[in-house]
Design a protein around this ligand. Structure first.
Ligand SMILES: Cc1cc2nc3c(=O)[nH]c(=O)nc-3n(C[C@H](O)[C@H](O)[C@H](O)COP(=O)(O)OP(=O)(O)OC[C@H]3O[C@@H](n4cnc5c(N)ncnc54)[C@H](O)[C@@H]3O)c2cc1C
Length: 559
């Protein structure tokens, strides 16, 4: 599937909108200057275009499958994975002490976007490993770091994340997997985990599972959960693979999309594991991984949105239907007003999702480089928006992509439908988008709204002289105050609308800041007319309270 890396757009955002130079002027990231990042983005773009994009269709047509208990991956995936690993992309953000490139998250996020555009199902593999690397860097013992990190960073071994169980989905605290101390520094891990992405593969090396389980004295709920690293093959101290551990893939799920990614039911039967972080401190450790993964999953949505837009635009500029309403136009459906509306919606929304995601990454990098807590709070506030709006955008843009194609969008061979099927799960996994919205109005407003109001102050500064943006900002500020004064279930009732209103207003802020050419001003004018007015309606819904939602009892729902 042809794909062109949007390198110019990436550099525009970094240079002209989001102030990337704030990162490269810190001591920590002084090597990641403008020339270097341009070279890195160009290199990663080439790999995405030339090596990964051709794997997109085969991954859908010949899904990963289980053969006599062994996972067989889609054709070409092993070579594609080798290219990712050999390019150093798995550990690009990791600490150089263990072989990583130490690049800012901002840059590796853009690399992740390009890989997701090219082949989402394969790109999920390094995403999982990257989360594991970050969790081990932050919480692993020195021995675990020395043994696992070099192999994960080089891509020789891969990582997975094992939270979900049949009765414990969004409610991770309900998990039943057990860990028993073997008395020799290891633990015996038993239980069933479901939906484990890239739970196994035939790329060679080791598959390292980060598993949440409860020690015998672990209290019920999330406070009693511990984290363990449980490798498929038990390595010796030098990292040579030894005997197979007591774990297996029971089955792979048949899914709506993302067929190239094996989604495994895993059985751990007294498997040998090593604790990561303190006893009962598993959720805190896992949160490190989940924050990275939330941004990464938002980026998956962004990547698919970009690819779906490129595909739809290419089609629209070839397909002829009806009399062209534009003098001197292309004579294709791209001249029709409604098709233009769809294309501009796709382009604008993708640009906004990218800016939100990158701004989140930039705040994370600035916190890591400076330890200034205000950047941490900013990143924490933006993360649920980046995840939910990024993945909603992936889904909505891919859906519009089908519509632009007309009947051909419903026919698999164009690839438009695959984008929509593949990206759908990103709104579900890594905390459903509903849970993200609840996080935004719950935990992320627990500071009394400080982080939210700081963000709104930034928007207000941009909005000077921009009436529509100023109006959206004022409405959103009032809505934030109203939610802060509401009880928690009323907040939850308005959470999804509030998150979207925030994302759309942020979009006006970024597009206004970046409107430095005639084309960018035109895109911003479209956004101002078509998106910003939605903020009013969304804010009204956000503050409508919860009583309306319960006015129909469950019998009435069925009636
Ligand atoms: C393809 C795929 C890959 C996955 N990969 C992994 C993986 O690698 N590792 C892993 O551990 N898991 C993985 N998952 C699991 C995924 O994270 C869960 O599916 C997700 O967290 C939702 O849990 P659930 O499916 O049990 O849905 P449920 O939790 O049952 O949710 C059902 C609905 O109820 C809503 N809901 C639930 N609780 C609340 C609440 N308190 N308030 C409001 N609404 C609520 C949800 O938003 C959702 O709309 C994967 C799933 C899929 C489909």
């Amino acid at each position: 599937m042809p794909y062109t890396a949007p390198t110019d757009e990436h550099l525009h955002l970094l240079r002209n909108v989001l102030g990337y130079d704030r990162i490269s002027s810190t001591e920590k990231f002084e090597d990641a200057g403008d020339d270097m990042i341009a070279a890195i983005l160009s290199e990663a773009g080439k790999m995405a275009q030339d090596v990964l994009a051709p794997l997109q269709r085969p991954g859908d047509l010949e899904p990963a499958h289980l053969e006599n208990g062994v996972v067989r991956t889609a054709p070409g995936f092993h070579d594609g994975y080798k290219a990712i690993a050999e390019g150093g992309w798995v550990g690009a953000a990791a600490d150089p002490e263990h072989g990583g490139m130490g690049l800012p998250l901002t840059i590796t996020t853009l690399v992740g976007e390009m890989m997701a555009s090219a082949c989402l199902s394969l790109s999920l593999n390094p995403l999982m490993t990257q989360g594991q690397i970050e969790a081990l860097e932050a919480h692993g013992s020195d021995a675990i770091k020395a043994l696992y990190l070099p192999k994960l960073i080089s891509g020789e071994w891969t990582g997975t994340m094992n939270l979900t169980e049949p009765q414990a989905g969004s409610d991770v605290g309900a998990l039943r997997s057990k860990a028993v101390d073997n008395g020799d520094g290891t633990f015996a891990i038993s239980g069933q985990k479901i939906y484990i992405s890239w739970g196994d593969h035939d790329f060679g090396g080791n598959v390292c599972h980060l598993v949440l389980a409860r020690l015998p004295d672990g209290v019920p709920g999330t406070k009693g959960i511990s984290l363990f690293i449980v490798p498929k093959f038990i390595p010796d101290a030098d990292g040579n693979l030894g005997e197979a551990n007591s774990l297996r893939v029971v089955s792979l799920e048949h899914k709506l999309g993302l067929h190239g990614s094996p989604t495994a039911v895993m059985e751990f039967d007294g498997a040998t594991g090593w604790m990561v972080g303190p006893p009962h401190g598993g959720m805190a450790a896992m949160f490190t991984m989940m924050n990275n993964a939330r941004l990464g999953v938002g980026t998956e949505g962004l990547g698919v949105a970009e690819a779906a837009y490129q595909k739809a635009l290419e089609f629209a500029l070839e397909r002829k239907q009806g009399k062209t309403p534009v003098d001197g136009g292309t004579g294709t459906i791209a001249d029709h007003a409604d098709v233009r509306r769809m294309l501009l919606t796709m382009k604008a929304q993708t640009a906004v999702a990218r800016a939100i995601i990158l701004d989140t990454a930039i705040s994370t990098d600035l916190f890591n480089a400076t330890q200034d807590a205000s950047f941490k709070a900013r990143a924490a506030f933006l993360t649920p928006i980046a995840k939910a709006f990024g993945t909603d955008t992936g889904s909505e843009v891919a859906d519009l992509g089908i519509q632009v194609h007309g009947g051909m969008g419903f026919v698999e061979e164009t690839g438009a439908a695959q984008f929509s099927r593949d990206v759908r799960v990103t709104r579900i996994y890594e905390g459903t988008n509903g849970i993200q919205a609840m996080d935004l109005v719950g935990r992320k407003l627990m500071d009394g709204g400080d982080a939210a109001f700081a963000m709104l102050d930034e928007i207000a500064a941009t909005a000077k002289g921009n009436e529509a943006l100023a109006k959206a900002e004022t409405t959103l500020r009032e809505t934030t105050k109203a939610l802060l004064a509401s009880d928690i279930n009323a907040r939850f009732a308005g959470a999804t609308s509030f998150l979207r209103a925030f994302a759309i207003t942020l979009g006006g802020h970024y597009l206004t800041r970046g409107a430095d050419t005639e084309n960018r001003r035109a895109l911003n004018a479209f956004y101002t007319a078509h998106f910003l007015p939605q903020v009013d309606a969304l804010c009204a819904a956000a503050t409508a309270g919860d009583a309306l939602l319960y006015a129909l009892d469950t019998d009435a729902l069925a009636g």
